[in-house]
Design a protein around this ligand. Structure first.
Ligand SMILES: *Cc1c(COP(=O)(O)O)cnc(C)c1O
Ligand SMILES: [Zn+2]
Length: 406
């Protein structure tokens, strides 16, 4: 008998009692809600343990029993996972939380944590026989899926807002993806794709419209627990666009708790959005169970420009389940935090990641965070993808000139 690589058993609806077959390509539930992958945790516990995982390669496939991909051979790899969990006590002290740690996802292939979802999502789509994948994107997801599709030899169709960071266009086209811009936001990109002439066998891999991107992003949570020695911090702070990272972290920690690899207590989760597009924060503050679309969404943190996230209700459930909260910060605040992080720690984080630092300062000032809390913040990408956010104009010295005295 072949060794079991994945303990995946079936898919379960996140809203209604429906279940479905994980052995073929699936989209959303007939009720319209995202499907969640479920695993046989008894099999997982029999096959692996924290000790065994420690001996495996330092990438996200070290958790393969808790991932949907069926074999090591079908995993599409570009060196993803096991990003640093950096202690950033100097910046933490400036924010009033010296026990601050940053999970730095900027080191992943294509420079953002979208690589995790793409690695697992593309592997699984190819394994299940998709002829190609199609997605609307704010840029970084398209770039990551285009790269992993090129690696897998799978066609990729991408539509992104014309306002998305320009580097993403180049990344998609360089990787050979069929790429289009739309004069609008991500919802307009989605509508173009919904009305597109059929491309037979293509899978819609929009955020949470297939079950496996979430499984890839879940590995952030698995890594945080492992890197802390199989325990959790007091608080995890995460930017929220579509909400996949935050939902994935809570799903991961819930699975680890059920396995008994971490204790019963989950960290309090904090969802961070930009003031120019904060549908989840507004719903949280109004104690609503569902998200209302945000009009006129606009922020420099482009990855957060998701006015109507399909999984918003799951983010709200995760915040409620962990005693968490939701915070929005202005573009001016997040850009100031981005500069502060680069100065204090040498970390040029993306605007989405910087928003979390601004939120941490606010939550500490309000007393929601204690000075003794151990806080992990997720920097979702490298600032190098957003060169215009920290413009510089050093003095120009003529050749043959002299530098000024210090
Ligand atoms: C996509 C993206 C986000 C938002 O992530 P979700 O999982 O959709 O909530 C945050 N930061 C960056 C850099 C992104 O690309
Ligand atoms: Zn359902």
């Amino acid at each position: 008998m072949a060794a079991t690589y994945s303990a995946l058993t079936h898919l379960e609806c996140s809203r209604c009692p429906a279940t479905c077959d994980a052995g073929q390509l699936q989209g959303i539930c007939t009720c319209g809600a995202p499907l969640l992958a479920r695993y046989d945790l008894a099999v997982t516990a029999a096959l692996c343990s924290p000790g065994r995982i420690a001996g495996r390669r330092p990438d996200l496939w070290r958790y393969h029993e808790l991932l949907p991909v069926g074999s090591a051979e079908t995993a599409v790899r570009l060196g993803e996972g096991m990003t640093p969990l950096l202690a950033i006590a100097r910046l933490g002290s400036e924010l009033g939380v010296p026990g601050l740690l940053m999970k730095d996802e900027g080191l992943l292939p294509t420079g953002t944590f979208k690589a995790r979802g793409a690695a697992v999502g593309v592997s699984r789509a190819a394994e299940l026989g998709a002829a190609g994948v199609a997605m609307p994107t704010n840029g970084n997801a398209g770039a990551a899926w285009a790269a992993y599709c090129a690696r897998a030899g799978l066609p990729c169709l991408v539509v992104m807002p014309a306002g998305a960071p320009e580097i993403a266009r180049s990344e998609c086209t360089a990787a050979g993806a069929e790429t289009y811009l739309v004069d609008g936001l991500i919802g307009d990109a989605a509508r173009l794709l919904a009305d597109a002439p059929a491309r037979p066998g293509y899978q819609d891999v929009s955020t949470l419209k297939e079950p496996y991107r979430l499984e890839g992003k879940k590995t952030i949570g698995l890594e945080i627990a492992e890197q802390l020695g199989w325990r959790v911090p007091d608080v995890i702070v995460c930017p929220v666009g579509g909400g996949v990272a935050l939902i994935g972290i809570v799903k991961a920690l819930s699975e680890l708790r059920e396995l008994g690899w971490i204790g019963p207590e989950l960290p309090r989760l904090v969802a961070v959005q930009a003031a120019g597009c904060a549908p989840v924060v507004r719903a949280f503050q109004q104690r609503a169970a569902e998200i209302e679309p945000w009009p006129d969404a606009r922020t420099v943190a482009f990855g957060l420009t998701v006015p109507a996230p399909l999984g918003g209700f799951l983010v709200l459930q995760a915040l409620a389940a962990t005693g968490g909260t939701a915070v929005s910060v202005t573009d001016a605040e997040l850009l100031a935090s981005q500069r502060q992080a680069a100065r204090a720690e040498g970390c040029w984080v993306c605007p989405e990641g910087a928003a979390c630092f601004a939120a941490i300062g606010r939550l500490r000032a309000e007393g929601w965070l204690a000075g003794t809390d151990e806080v992990v913040t997720v920097n979702t990408g490298t600032g190098l993808k957003y060169p215009q956010t920290l413009p510089a104009s050093p003095a120009l010295i003529p050749a043959g000139g002299r530098l000024p005295a210090p």
